[in-house]
Design a protein. Structure first.
Length: 163
């Protein structure tokens, strides 16, 4: 199952729905993570907040391929994308295991294929290197066996791409 998480306008939703099973539009119309860890313990993979991200843990956790399209913010995700990723923490469990000779949380939905991050907007070389490293670390944390980071100058470039 392929999932696209993006911070672009609603006009991109239809374009992306033709390319994958799940589209998550990070529009900022939801509450930020409260850090209660209820999605880990009380009601696994489901947030107690009743908004559009209530089951995002499951959607992202079950995605064999996750594509993140985000505006660059100092070599990192946009605040709305980061908010969605924070709310998806329930895709793992509070228990720990070794992956890549490092301690990580146990995956609730098992290993996955590929994480791809597309970043757009102005970006320095240092920001690009930071973003690439973050994508690599996120792939390991989320259980993806491969990752790719791609810089695009303009999000309109996505229209002709096979995502």
């Amino acid at each position: 199952m392929k999932t696209i998480l993006h911070d672009l306008g609603e006009s991109y939703d239809l374009l992306f729905r033709n390319k994958c099973e799940n589209v998550i539009h990070a529009d900022g119309k939801y509450a930020p993570c409260q850090g209660c860890f209820g999605c880990w313990t009380k009601h696994p993979a489901q947030c107690y907040m009743k908004d559009t991200l209530q089951t995002v843990c499951r959607t992202i956790g079950k995605a064999d391929e996750l594509i993140i399209i985000t505006e660059n913010h100092y070599g990192s995700y946009s605040p709305s994308i980061k908010n969605v990723l924070d709310r998806s923490i329930g895709g793992s469990t509070p228990f720990s295991t070794y992956r890549g000779k490092q301690m990580h949380h146990t995956l609730r939905y098992g290993k996955k294929k590929k994480l791809t991050v597309y970043a757009y907007g102005d970006m320095t070389t240092d920001e690009m290197n930071t973003f690439r490293y973050m994508a690599e670390r996120n792939a390991l944390n989320y259980g993806y066996s491969a990752y790719e980071f791609r810089y695009i100058a303009n999000p309109n470039e996505l229209e002709g791409m096979a995502l």
